[in-house]
Ligand binder design. Structure first.
Ligand code: HEC
Ligand code: HEC
Ligand code: HEC
Ligand code: HEC
Ligand code: HEC
Ligand code: HEC
Ligand code: HEC
Ligand code: HEC
Ligand code: HEC
Ligand code: HEC
Length: 310
């Protein structure tokens, strides 16, 4: 145990404490917040007189309590018809802990909980915004909310994250880091975009935690609107295979993030017959030396030309 026992007297006189405890008895109104559902958490199950209220916690945990004013979680007080117990919503009812003079075995502290117990505590309020978390690759691998978030020790200016992106992600995904150092890459390390522009780490219906959209290409075309279409003349693989049919998402040694070093080889995976027998062989130059896209410029689709020449 790393805790050093402390004297209650250091925080508050016992007489004052007794008075406050009487005043701060748990009163729980029934009204629910419209945006948050605070449902099945352990806190809700406990009987109301086990709660002491924030003011009591603040007497001994002054620093944490005053920091709470800058934390989005101060809004918990607005739950339960403005009777929400901020500290005890997460730490569970605190009367036994307080009566025991700060007995740490009588209060929920998170370092002894399993990942799924932690997740359940947080999801008692956040299930609506993150409904897919429990079946996400992160939850299934035992990566809990607190692997990425901290309530009391978050980095400033983040959504309560323990580190800023992309460092947070590289802590565990060091294998991804080299891609973003390749000659051609999405400028994530430079801060121009974030891993979470494409991934939702809280889980989605797509493979690889990709952001949940109807059309897989939406992950990309929300920024690259010019290749989005629909076009009069679609290039079939753009819709059929998706962007990953020809590109890599993170970084590449190939220009334009292509997944092959040579454009013609890329095209000829599907078009080798054409290149051998048609206009290409007899016209200006051989298609082996000129990239196909020198002529087939509008490779993602065109409204003018069925061969994507313009
Ligand atoms: C009478 C003073 C007192 C009051 C009131 C009090 N605590 Fe504590 N609490 C302590 C002491 C003393 C410790 C021992 C750990 C330490 O801070 O060194 C402690 C420890 C804790 C811990 C465990 C810390 C750890 O390191 O794991 C949590 C969590 C906690 N308190 C939450 C609360 C909450 C929530 C409330 C209000 C319901 C509350 N406390 C009210 C005195 C108090
Ligand atoms: C939204 C949930 C939540 C709320 C609200 C909350 N805590 Fe915590 N508390 C945690 C978590 C999670 C930890 C574990 C450390 C971390 O992740 O920051 C923790 C850790 C602690 C600790 C251990 C010391 C430490 O910093 O590690 C104390 C003491 C504590 N909280 C007291 C309080 C008090 C007092 C309040 C109300 C002012 C409060 N907490 C409100 C979730 C919460
Ligand atoms: C009792 C309900 C409740 C519980 C339990 C709870 N939260 Fe929250 N959380 C809130 C409220 C309310 C907000 C503020 C929402 C808003 O501003 O719209 C919030 C906001 C957040 C934010 C957003 C911060 C931001 O800057 O936008 C994060 C991250 C978060 N909570 C993580 C957690 C984690 C992790 C846990 C578990 C340790 C947890 N919450 C437990 C109610 C709760
Ligand atoms: C793998 C890291 C990771 C895990 C695990 C994780 N988060 Fe997050 N969370 C983030 C990042 C990064 C952001 C900011 C970017 C974003 O919105 O996706 C964020 C944003 C949030 C937000 C604010 C924005 C929003 O989408 O509402 C809330 C609330 C939140 N997380 C709650 C949780 C809860 C609750 C859990 C556990 C059930 C959890 N997170 C697990 C990394 C994580
Ligand atoms: C605490 C360690 C940890 C952190 C931090 C973390 N991850 Fe993960 N992540 C994992 C583990 C473990 C898995 C599941 C095993 C695997 O597939 O590698 C996973 C899975 C994933 C997957 C799915 C991979 C697949 O094959 O389906 C993606 C995408 C991902 N993480 C992105 C992120 C992003 C983006 C961040 C930063 C916001 C992040 N992770 C932060 C540990 C972490
Ligand atoms: C431009 C969008 C985009 C960005 C930004 C992005 N990813 Fe991805 N990521 C993807 C796509 C798309 C896949 C799926 C690749 C596939 O299907 O071959 C993927 C796959 C993954 C995977 C699982 C497959 C693997 O290669 O191991 C992990 C883990 C991952 N990304 C982590 C990250 C991390 C960490 C960051 C930030 C440092 C990040 N991604 C930034 C789009 C992106
Ligand atoms: C958040 C916006 C955003 C998302 C999402 C995004 N990109 Fe990008 N992409 C950019 C920006 C900005 C650049 C310019 C890069 C630079 O100059 O650093 C770029 C560059 C590129 C390039 C190279 C262009 C060139 O001229 O060399 C390709 C190819 C590309 N993205 C494909 C994709 C694919 C495929 C996806 C989906 C997996 C995707 N992008 C998702 C913003 C985005
Ligand atoms: C059939 C292969 C193929 C598919 C599928 C494909 N691309 Fe491309 N893309 C290319 C080629 C080849 C280039 C290089 C063109 C050049 O060098 O002139 C390119 C270039 C780009 C560029 C650089 C700017 C530009 O317009 O030339 C972006 C951005 C891009 N692609 C995004 C995407 C996105 C987003 C998707 C999915 C909607 C996608 N690509 C699907 C082959 C493809
Ligand atoms: C994954 C397979 C695939 C790749 C890679 C691919 N294509 Fe296609 N392409 C197709 C298919 C399928 C069609 C539609 C053929 C049809 O309708 O008969 C098509 C159609 C075309 C057409 C129009 C054909 C017509 O009949 O009008 C042109 C031109 C074309 N592709 C050029 C390219 C070029 C240039 C590249 C390389 C940048 C490329 N394709 C890469 C599969 C691919
Ligand atoms: C010098 C310009 C040029 C280059 C380089 C070029 N093409 Fe073409 N391509 C054309 C023209 C012109 C047409 C005929 C368009 C028409 O019939 O309207 C064509 C037609 C096509 C067609 C339509 C099918 C057909 O038989 O008419 C496909 C597929 C195609 N090219 C693929 C490729 C591929 C793959 C490459 C690279 C290996 C390539 N092209 C390189 C100019 C070029």
């Amino acid at each position: 145990m790393r805790q050093k026992p402390r004297k209650i007297a250091r925080y508050v006189s016992l007489a004052a404490l007794a008075g406050l405890l009487a005043l701060a008895g748990g009163r729980r109104a029934s009204a629910q917040s419209a945006t948050l559902q605070h449902g099945s958490g352990a806190a809700a199950a406990a009987s109301s007189n086990q709660y002491v209220g924030n003011a009591t916690c603040a007497m001994c945990h002054q620093e944490l309590a005053s920091q709470m004013a800058d934390n989005p979680h101060h809004k918990i007080t607005m739950l339960e018809g403005h009777a929400g117990h901020t500290c005890e919503s997460c730490h569970g009812p605190g009367r036994a802990h307080v009566d025991g003079g700060g007995d740490i075995t009588k209060i929920r502290h998170f370092d002894v909980l399993t990942p799924s117990q932690i997740d359940a505590t947080c999801l008692s309020c956040h299930a609506q915004t993150h409904p897919n978390f429990m079946r996400s690759p992160h939850a299934r691998a035992g990566v809990s909310c607190l692997s990425c978030h901290s309530i009391h020790k978050a980095e400033p200016e983040t959504t309560l994250l323990v580190a800023t992106q992309p460092l947070l992600c590289y802590r565990c995904h060091s294998d991804i880091k080299p891609s973003f150092a390749m000659p051609f890459h999405h400028r994530v390390n430079e801060g121009l975009m974030q891993c979470t522009d494409c991934h939702d780490v809280h889980g989605t219906f797509q493979a690889n935690n990709l952001r949940n959209t109807v059309d897989q290409n939406m992950v990309c075309v929300k920024c690259h609107i010019d290749v989005r279409g629909p076009f009069v003349y679609e290039h079939a693989p753009v819709k059929a295979e998706g962007c990953m049919g020809c590109h890599t998402p993170h970084g590449s040694v190939n220009a334009r993030l292509l997944n092959m070093p040579n454009i013609n080889v890329l095209c000829n995976q599907c078009h080798s017959q054409v290149a051998a027998d048609t206009v290409h062989g007899m016209n200006a130059g051989s298609s082996d030396s000129i990239p196909c896209t020198t002529c087939h410029t509008y490779i993602h689709g065109s409204n003018m030309d069925e061969a994507f020449l313009r």
